[in-house]
Design a binder for this molecule. Structure first.
Ligand SMILES: *Cc1c(COP(=O)(O)O)cnc(C)c1O
Length: 227
């Protein structure tokens, strides 16, 4: 059995291999440890190994962990799951980032509920393969959503996130990532401060990094399989 510290080390090695391959700097890609369904003790192990960025999918579970680990105040918590209006208050009060903004109503609510003292970093989730069952705005809706988010004082637009369609060949996946990168560059032209293109998970991190990702979200690779 590998420890979480060993798995983290392997993940950083894979990341470095992928960035080297396309001549990008290793530190141009961040690694978000997705700890959903895993116990607080696993997060502590990753923390003790030096890791600071964690992602959670479920509001209640995430908030409980954030409260339990309150003393580890340099953890950066990312909410990456589907977000309903009635849970927006908890997210606005406890998380540092929300990666799953997909409608104006949620952006407005988070803005109203967020303390004006510390902006909430947000990514717009893009439904890059136009799947009827998947959350996210369509590519052609990104600019309008970005303008909306950028107008809100307590939110800081940081970029885009996507979960591409699962059943794709490497070629199709690459095409999805490249279209995301293209949208990201278009957006960066309008909002020069954005810096985050969140794409790539355990199964496709290499390909995502080779095609422009600046943040990979790894669950299984770090914490092992989920039951
Ligand atoms: C669960 C999840 C991940 C991590 O998935 P793995 O395949 O275990 O790396 C990444 N992003 C989102 C949005 C997730 O829900």
């Amino acid at each position: 059995m590998e420890t979480i510290a060993e798995r983290l080390k392997s993940a950083h090695e894979s990341l470095a291999k992928a960035t080297d391959k396309v001549h990008r700097a290793t530190n141009s890609v961040q690694l978000l440890a997705v700890s959903k369904t895993k116990p607080v003790s696993d997060i502590v192990q990753a923390y003790e190994a030096g890791h600071r960025l964690f992602g959670e999918n479920y509001v209640q579970e995430g908030v409980e962990k954030i409260q339990a680990l309150n003393e580890l105040s340099d953890i950066e918590w990312h909410f990456i799951g589907p977000l309903q209006s009635n849970k927006a208050k908890l997210v606005a009060e406890h998380f540092d980032w929300v990666q799953s903004i997909d409608r104006a109503k949620i952006a407005n609510r988070l803005n109203t509920l967020r303390s004006p003292h510390k902006k909430l970093n947000v990514l717009i989730q893009v439904n890059i393969n136009n799947e009827s069952t998947k959350a996210g705005v369509l590519p052609e809706e990104v600019l309008e959503m970005a303008a909306q988010v950028a107008s809100l004082a307590n939110l800081q637009l940081r970029g885009l996130m996507t979960i591409p369609k699962a059943e794709q060949t490497d070629e199709q996946l690459k095409d999805s990532f490249l279209r995301m990168q293209d949208l990201f560059f278009q957006l960066k032209h309008l909002y020069p401060n954005i810096d985050t293109l969140s794409m790539g998970m355990t199964g496709d991190m290499q390909l995502a990094i080779e095609n422009g990702s600046t943040m990979v979200r790894l669950g299984t690779a770090i914490f092992g399989a989920r039951t």
